[in-house]
Design a protein around this ligand. Structure first.
Ligand SMILES: *Cc1c(COP(=O)(O)O)cnc(C)c1O
Length: 398
């Protein structure tokens, strides 16, 4: 006999407008809830990569920089990502890692902030790499670094604040921070807002242009499914592009790269965020991966994401014995990203057993189980199964 949750899952799946997108991915019968760490493989990517390697590189060789659109790929792919994060074209460039782009964005923000501003405020709960890079950026620019919880940011802003680096969604708890309100507070203090979108792009609307974000970075291998190590991106608001002063002014960002001139003169536009030769193989794999978003509205993605996480919490409440796990993810929709984090004794071991039983999430030390919900390829029956297996694993009645 079907449980109440299994019947609910059937109903939710049959009403799911995004259900068709699942066929755009290579999947199996594993419940894959780790797309917030490495997105699944889009079905069209292997064929595209084969073409890029065999024909574009193997046959056309050097001609591909022009004929296969390699040279312009960083901005072309940036424009595709722009649609997903609420940015008009011409403001995003793809390349380098998120870590490197945090460095570019933060140092450039301090340089643009003006004299007398010598403090960088950073999210105290940030993904570690952002914090490490912020420390180094502060040392290089002679700034003091102030780590504070995102909610406390407005209280520490002042005439000395140069830039504020925040994560849109906390990678550990899945908490969604209030980008419009915090950006407005940063601007009211005369400082620049730098947002890290690693856990929000492709999962929920961001509204970069609408909310006047100054600079943003993000990776493409999580909810954007670009593949392991796929290049990250950098957004520089149009009004700032002419004064964006990159701390890594490589030849690819030169106004005339093939002029081979001894003196540096930056190009205009998003291109100014480039450094060296783009990583074409992974960049073009990413370009193919982004085709899964054709015809998909990010609002529909957000609606399904919330339905998935709501349903997961409902199933956890039904299947997991009281007190065995504690939810770290906010219940309020406006404070929730697209993952659920559960604190659990023996979490490392519990996750190992879940994976053995075909439910893949991940473990974050010391005691957190993370489950990421990627609306394009996760369905409600899978959510029910994940919670049921979790309940059995931690000793529920099942
Ligand atoms: C995943 C993630 C990163 C990863 O940085 P890389 O340079 O790609 O390794 C950085 N910041 C945040 C907030 C992340 O979630």
């Amino acid at each position: 006999m079907l449980s109440e949750q299994q019947m609910r899952a059937e109903k939710l799946d049959s009403a799911d407008e995004l259900a068709g997108a699942r066929s755009r991915f290579v999947l199996d019968d594993v419940v894959y809830l780790d797309g917030n760490s490495l997105g699944a493989l889009p079905a069209n990517v292997p064929g595209r990569v084969e073409d890029v390697v065999r024909r574009q590189w193997g046959e056309l060789r050097i001609r591909s920089w022009e004929e296969s659109g390699w040279w312009s790929a960083p901005e072309r792919i940036g424009d595709r990502i722009a649609e997903l994060v609420g940015a008009a074209a011409g403001q995003i460039v793809v390349g380098d890692s998120t870590s490197v782009n945090v460095f570019k964005a933060l140092v450039a923000a301090v340089r643009m902030a003006g004299a007398g501003r010598d403090e960088i405020v950073v999210d105290a709960t940030t993904f570690p790499t952002d914090g490490y890079i912020a420390q180094s950026a502060a040392r290089l620019t002679g700034c003091t670094l102030r780590p504070v919880a995102p909610a406390d940011v407005p209280g520490v802003l002042g005439s000395r604040t140069a830039a504020v680096l925040l994560n849109h969604v906390d990678y550990r708890t899945g908490r969604l921070h209030d980008l419009p309100v915090l950006t407005a507070a940063v601007h009211a203090a005369g400082a620049l807002a730098v947002w890290d979108l690693c856990h929000s792009a492709g999962a929920l609307p961001v509204g970069l242009d609408e909310h006047g974000v100054d600079l943003a970075v993000g990776c493409t291998y999580k909810y954007l499914n670009g593949g392991p190590g796929s290049p990250a991106y950098l957004y520089v608001r149009r009004e700032l592009q002419d004064v964006f002063d990159s701390p890594l002014p490589g030849w690819n960002s030169h106004v005339e790269p093939f002029g081979m001139r001894p003196s540096y003169e930056p190009a205009a536009g998003a291109l100014r965020g480039r450094v060296g030769t783009p990583d074409i193989l992974s960049m073009l794999a990413l370009e193919a991966a982004l085709e899964v978003w054709d015809g998909v509205s990010i609002d529909a993605v957000r609606a399904k994401s919330l339905a998935l996480t709501d349903f997961f919490l409902e199933c956890v409440a039904a299947y997991v014995p009281e007190g065995r796990v504690e939810c770290l993810t906010p219940v309020a929709h406006e404070e929730r990203g697209s993952q659920v984090a559960l604190r659990c004794d023996g979490a490392g071991d519990v996750m190992k057993r879940l994976i053995e039983r075909g439910v893949v999430g991940d473990f974050r030390a010391p005691d957190v189980l993370r489950f990421g919900f990627t609306p394009l390829y996760v369905g409600f029956a899978e959510v029910e199964r994940a919670a049921r297996v979790l309940g059995e694993t931690v000793g529920g009645a099942g």
